[in-house]
Write a protein that binds this ligand. Sequence first.
Ligand SMILES: C[S@@+](CC[C@H](N)C(=O)[O-])C[C@H]1O[C@@H](n2cnc3c(N)ncnc32)[C@H](O)[C@@H]1O
Length: 279
Amino acid sequence: MSVVVEAQTRVTRLFDDLAGFWTEIYSAPGVAGGIYRRRLERALAWVESLDLSPGAPVLVVGAGAGFEAIALASRGYAVTAVEPAAAMIAIARTRAEAAGCNGIRWVRGDVHALGFEPASFDLVVALGVIPWLHSPNLAMTEMGRVMRPGGWWLGSVDNSHRLDAFFDPARNPVIAPRARAVRNALLRKRPSFEPKAAQHSSNALRRLLDCAGADRIAEVTFGFGPFTFAGRPLIGDKAGKAIDAALSRLAERGTLIARSSGAQRLALARKREVGVRDI
Ligand SMILES: C[S@@+](CC[C@H](N)C(=O)[O-])C[C@H]1O[C@@H](n2cnc3c(N)ncnc32)[C@H](O)[C@@H]1O
């Protein structure tokens, strides 16, 4: 098996195994649950601001348990949802049926190789998927290929400058590159090694968007915590939520440090019209 096929197999297996967790996280009472709910709310608010036509074709990649696909289908868009993990698709389908969204096209597939015609979608949504990809540049090129010129990309990455990582040596960015190198070496030696989510800076995200031929229109970071030390919780849930809320307020006001150090980085970008770059 090639290295990339093996890497993807491991990621898919992880999400098959954790399908229940990635469904329940949205209703979890803790800090993490609140961050995922906020990500979805913000993403949907941005979509609403785009004024897409009713029935516009929308692609959701890494659809997971179907939260964003169902929300977008309920708003009247023609949603195609791509997801490699069979257990996640099964949950997403059941949830969609329960919500009365029967028109979603579910595709068991991989964002690195999308089987759609070029320029088929007005909007591509990629929430929480880029951190898990073995070849994010390739995936972004592929997403760019299926977006129509002037169409939109909306997605998230895990922020490499996140504040919570500074408090935990295991996640501190000074140590992280070495940790990544060790992990990559282990990955080659120990096939059972668990995949971990990659993190991206604002510049790294801009380079990814460039692969899709898209220009960033808006970007925010948000979500502070859960704060840990050596992987263990540093503070209780109640205090954690209060800190998250206070820092989020500062971030929204554009306060220095807070505005760029949230755990999640959410971006909206627009695909260049043909030839725009050459003018
Ligand atoms: C953290 S979950 C996010 C799910 C959903 N987008 C959400 O925000 O709730 C990441 C999802 O990406 C999927 N994924 C992993 N590798 C993928 C790939 N190569 N192509 C498409 N989706 C992938 C996983 O199976 C998983 O369902």
